[in-house]
Design a protein around this ligand. Structure first.
Ligand SMILES: *Cc1c(COP(=O)(O)O)cnc(C)c1O
Length: 471
């Protein structure tokens, strides 16, 4: 991974280092500027087609989304979705009064999710769309914090030092939540023996100041599910022993749109009484373009009233709970479109296909002598692998990642968190659109590049530092 020397110098990133952009001479017209500054607003106007061409050409340098196996986020929707998207690009989600139908559709969507996630009474659940899982997790966390504060105040106890218990492999949105909303993050380190938060020694982390425990359905690093039922059972034991009764928020950014369709018998959702709220990214396995997430509380009691604001709606008012005010409404319509278009059967088919491709890739990668799987893509269609201990000191997974990038494939390698920081993994996220055929092509590239690296006579040179990577 080639980080720039100064990590705060974000202006230098991207292709091209000059301070200005030249318009393509094909589009040059008399009187129009041909050089536009990059970091200052140009003084004069451009023709729309010139400006369009510049932005279009720059965006093209972003690379080919199909070959990007690093992202979880949707990179393809069908033509009808694109048509809906353009038709509804002007809708503002917060203008419930102006766009009452979009507001109604938002409610239909999260009610469907409440049902999908086994809420006892979906019509009595409460939820909202968000800009993504990050906002959804913040809202889930805020509700946990406020519920804890209210209970503590009613008991005449201190609310000075709230803490949240989570795995060291949480997504960065939880670090943000704890930082921005001043909650102590109690990270339970993952280890080779306990590869996810599984309830082991939870009593060492939970106390009367614990606002909640986060369980991740589909750990971002590896795709593995955290066993929510085991975490819940551990919390039941803690409640029985100490009286400390702690709710769970399930961060189902990916898995909450996989498990209901592909692992219906896995108990992870509102079937567990401790699960107060569940969030997901509509733009991950919800199969929508970037810009939509969802959070649902099991019932109205789980979301304290004081967090709710009211906006005008059809002469009355409508409750909202959000960090943002204005935001695009189009993505919510796209989510509804996908729910109608695919239904439960369609989602099952699409997700099962992704799982099949992920498991095929994992099995084939496991056959290569260089590698050892971390997991096999049987939870969400995501898996990670490691370089086998003692296999080579000539190359690392970072080198393989670089070699694959030369062929256009983005397959990231990175260290695991904290206690496992000396373990490097490489990960593939299979999304709808990575066909079996494309997967076969990728495998061939991986084999070719591993062969190339194996045949090197000396280790890949590193810039002024020894090989970073030891098992
Ligand atoms: C992706 C992800 C998030 C953040 O989701 P966004 O929709 O990108 O904001 C949070 N948690 C987990 C487990 C994730 O995988």
């Amino acid at each position: 991974m080639s980080e720039p020397a100064d990590p705060t110098d974000f202006r230098g990133r991207g292709v091209g280092t000059s301070d200005s952009i030249s318009a393509n001479p094909v589009f040059e017209r008399p009187g129009e500027a041909t050089e536009l500054p990059k970091n200052r607003m140009p003084q004069s106007e451009s023709y729309p087609d010139t400006a369009y061409q510049i932005v279009h050409d720059e965006a093209m340098l972003d690379g080919n989304a199909r070959l990007n196996l690093a992202t979880f986020v949707g990179t393809w929707m069908d033509d009808f979705a694109v048509r809906l998207y353009t038709e509804s690009a002007d809708k503002n989600m917060i203008d419930k009064d102006e766009y009452p139908q979009t507001a109604a559709i938002e409610t239909r969507c999260w009610t469907m999710l409440a049902d999908l996630w086994s809420a006892a009474d979906p019509d009595n659940a409460i939820g909202t769309s968000t800009i993504g899982s990050s906002e959804a997790c913040m809202l889930g966390g805020l509700a946990l914090k406020r519920r804890w504060q209210k209970r503590r105040r009613s008991e005449g106890k201190s609310t000075e030092a709230p803490n949240l218990v989570l795995s060291s492999a949480v997504q960065v949105c939880w670090e943000k939540f704890c930082n921005y909303f001043e909650v102590e993050a109690r990270y339970v380190p993952i280890t080779m023996e306990h590869r996810t938060l599984d309830g082991h020694e939870l009593d060492k982390y939970v106390d009367e100041n614990t606002i909640g425990v986060v369980a991740i359905m589909g750990v971002t690093y590896t795709g593995a599910y955290e066993p929510v039922a085991e975490i819940s059972a551990a919390l039941d034991r803690i409640a029985a022993d100490t009286g400390v009764d702690v709710p769970i928020h399930v961060d189902g950014a990916s898995g909450a749109m996989i498990a209901p369709f592909c692992q219906p018998d896995l108990v992870w959702d509102f079937r567990l009484d401790r699960v107060a709220s569940i969030s997901t990214s509509g733009h991950k396995y919800g199969l929508v373009y970037p810009g939509v997430g969802w959070v649902v509380w099991r019932n109205k009691a789980a979301l304290p009233d004081e967090l709710i604001f009211y906006v005008s709606y059809l002469g009355g008012s409508m409750p909202t709970f959000a960090l943002n005010f204005s935001r695009p409404g189009a993505q919510v319509l796209l989510q509804y479109y996908m729910f109608l278009r695919l239904g439960s059967d369609g989602y099952t088919r699409v997700q099962q296909e992704s799982l099949a491709v992920a498991q095929y890739l994992a099995q084939e990668i496991a056959k290569l002598p260089a590698f050892e799987l971390w997991n096999d893509g049987s939870d969400i269609p995501v898996f990670a692998w490691m370089l086998k201990k003692g296999y080579t000191d000539k190359w690392t997974l970072y080198d393989l990642s670089d070699r694959l990038r030369m062929k256009g494939w983005l397959v990231p390698a990175y260290p695991m968190p904290d206690d496992l920081a000396d373990v490097t993994v490489q990960r593939i996220v299979v999304r709808n659109g990575l066909s079996h055929d494309l997967a076969t092509a990728l495998l061939a590239e991986i084999k070719t590049e591993v062969d190339f690296l194996d045949r090197l006579e000396t280790p890949i040179p590193r810039e002024g530092q020894p090989v970073l990577f030891h098992h």
